[in-house]
Design a binder for this molecule. Structure first.
Ligand code: ASP
Length: 587
């Protein structure tokens, strides 16, 4: 080893020892006769001291070093007169008597400190320098611990990690595939897996009854802040289980991760049906860190010549407790919020329950105080409360109110990132109708089994069939989802028919799975967790990018390696690809 210690471990107990440290020069200060250098490695920062009086040559040499030079320094550990209580090594310094330059460095494009002057794009371009910064490194460390603890837990309960292929076949369901042209099979393409779904089911047919994998998945979707074209799942599948077994097993994983990685105890995870989540939160991933559940007052408010309510399919609101003092300006700001195109409401009605017991609403002229009192009772409101009400088409109104509820939760400080409120959302609908293409789509995926008691509805009322499907939601973020699968050949065939596949298409796309189901497929089910998202939730950040060593930007580009990029004509020819766009070739 070129070093005896790391830059993060020396303290007063080491005073007097001769040590050698290796690392990067974070900053140096010349104070007349003395030069101080902070040397940094993965473990911390230690102060090096050079004294002009005792070793002028060495001190001169030290003064020539630039930021991010890689150095090795040998010397004695000494107690510092000017201690720095903010860092673990702040009580000591090294009086250096030997200095080696292991490598020089260009001046870095941004300061490599906790608070950097580098913007996002610049730091992405020089991600290897960004990785030297504590916050970024700590995020990767968190990710590592999450992965290790997942493996520990899964291994301890008898799961085995199996790798599934990355070059697979394109399927029309779900998101868009990334495809890879095959050189040896002209005109044919592999696809990168959106998830190992079919393979893990085949593993069950293969008798591997408890499978998991921390695995890369690829989806060519339009990007958002919390999406990456390649991302990681904790993918799991089990045989001979029902929904209860899956929920219990993975509730255990979640509790384990919280306990080991965050030292947080998670109580038994509550459950909510999809129908209730939509009714009370307007959202299939409710943030249950706070209440403020929806109250429907459609019938109560009709028949008073207030057109908006009379014509509405749904009139629904929330009670912001203790907010009756909101000013006109604050209410206007909320109205503006709900009218934003992303939220989509046309307006907002309020009802103030003043501290003195009087009631005041924005639609006073249509409703007597007695009427308003009935509203307040429906909302379970008390003096001091403020009710915010939206009206319109049911789906849009619920969606808009859900946004308003989250906004109010944030404004009232009810969405504390240090509080974790997991929730199982269960009983999802099996199918979703799409008006544009006029067909049903699988809400989860086409392998999800209907609830046995709903199977008879498949023929005539497919939209009403509930699935044995579940999501894990934490603080309003979907962290995982899965289902009990269809393991019956006939039922799977029927499912493809309902989804609009011809027999031939189903056979061409999923024949391998349906064939496998003819050879004794066990009942099985599973779940997959979004690992990047889980890490960002544990780390308290909104962005999954912060937890990925080399992420892509919002346009799906890796600005460091400059990818995607054109390929040469020779490569195109070998792949039998014709590309006409002028910028798609390099020679
Ligand atoms: N493969 C599914 C997904 O990626 C998860 C599952 O059903 O296990 O969402």
């Amino acid at each position: 080893m070129l070093r005896t210690h790391t830059c993060g471990e020396l303290n007063l107990s080491s005073v007097g020892k001769t040590v050698t440290l290796c690392g990067w020069l974070q900053r140096s200060r010349d104070l007349g006769g003395m030069t101080f250098i902070d040397i940094r490695d993965r473990y911390g920062i230690t102060q090096l001291v050079f004294n002009m009086e005792t070793n002028a040559a060495l001190c001169e040499e030290a003064r020539k070093l630039g930021r991010e030079f890689v150095i090795s320094a040998t010397g004695q550990v000494a107690e510092r007169s000017n201690k720095n209580p903010k860092i673990p090594t702040g009580d000591i310094e090294i009086i250096v008597d030997k200095l080696d330059i292991l490598n020089s460095s260009k001046h870095p494009p941004f300061t490599i400190e906790d608070h950097t002057d580098g913007g996002d794009e610049l730091r992405m371009k020089y991600r290897y320098l960004d990785l030297r910064r504590n916050p970024v490194r700590e995020n990767l460390l968190l990710r590592h611990r999450m992965a290790i603890e997942t493996r520990n837990y899964m291994n301890n309960i008898g799961f085995i990690e199996v790798e599934t292929p990355v070059l697979i076949k394109s399927t029309p369901e779900g998101a868009r595939d990334f495809v890879v042209p095959s050189r040896m099979n002209e005109g044919q393409f592999y696809a990168l897996p959106q998830s190992p779904q079919t393979f893990k089911q085949l593993l069950m047919v293969g008798g591997i009854d408890k499978y998991f994998q921390i695995v890369k998945c690829f989806r060519d979707e339009d990007l958002r802040a919390d999406r990456q074209p390649e991302f990681t799942q904790i993918d799991c599948e089990m045989s001979f289980v029902n929904q209860e077994d899956i929920l219990a097993t993975f509730e255990g994983l979640i509790k384990h991760l919280f306990a080991e990685v965050k030292e947080v105890t998670i109580d038994d995870i509550p459950r909510m049906t999809f129908a209730d989540a939509m009714k009370y939160y307007g959202n299939d991933k409710p943030d249950i860190r706070f209440g403020m559940t929806f109250v429907e007052i459609t019938e109560l408010v009709k028949g008073h010549d207030f057109k908006i309510f009379d014509e509405a399919e749904l009139v629904v609101g929330i009670n912001a407790t203790g907010c009756s003092g909101y000013t006109r300006k604050q209410l206007d700001a909320l109205t503006d919020f709900v009218k934003r195109p992303q939220v989509g409401a046309t307006g907002m009605i309020y009802l103030r329950y003043n501290e003195d017991g009087s009631l005041k609403s924005s639609v006073d002229k249509f409703y007597s105080e007695d009427e308003l009192k009935k509203w307040a009772t429906a909302f379970n409101a008390r003096p001091g409360d403020l009710m915010l009400i939206l009206a319109g088409m049911a789906i849009n109104t619920r969606k808009a109110l859900s946004e308003l509820r989250l906004e109010m939760g944030a404004r009232l400080g009810l969405r504390n990132p240090d509080v974790f409120a997991p929730l199982w959302v269960v009983d999802f609908p099996l199918l979703e109708w799409d008006d544009d293409t006029r067909r049903y789509y699988a809400m989860h995926h086409p392998f999800t089994s209907p609830k046995p008691e709903d199977i008879e509805l498949l023929e005539n009322e497919p939209g009403k069939v509930r699935a044995n499907a579940y999501d894990l939601v934490i603080n309003g973020v979907e962290i995982g989802g899965g289902s009990i699968r269809i393991h019956n050949h006939e039922l799977q065939k029927k499912m493809f028919t309902i989804l609009g596949f011809s027999h031939e298409d189903a056979q061409a796309q999923f024949g391998f799975l349906m064939n496998a189901f003819e050879y004794g497929a066990p009942p099985h089910g599973g779940i997959a967790f979004g690992f990047d998202r889980m890490c960002s939730l544990f780390g308290g950040s909104e962005s999954i990018r912060d937890y990925i060593a080399f992420p892509k930007n919002n346009a799906g580009r890796d600005v460091m390696i400059d990818s995607p990029a054109p390929i040469s004509q020779q490569q195109l020819d070998e792949l039998h690809l014709k590309v006409d766009l002028p910028n798609c070739e390099i020679n």
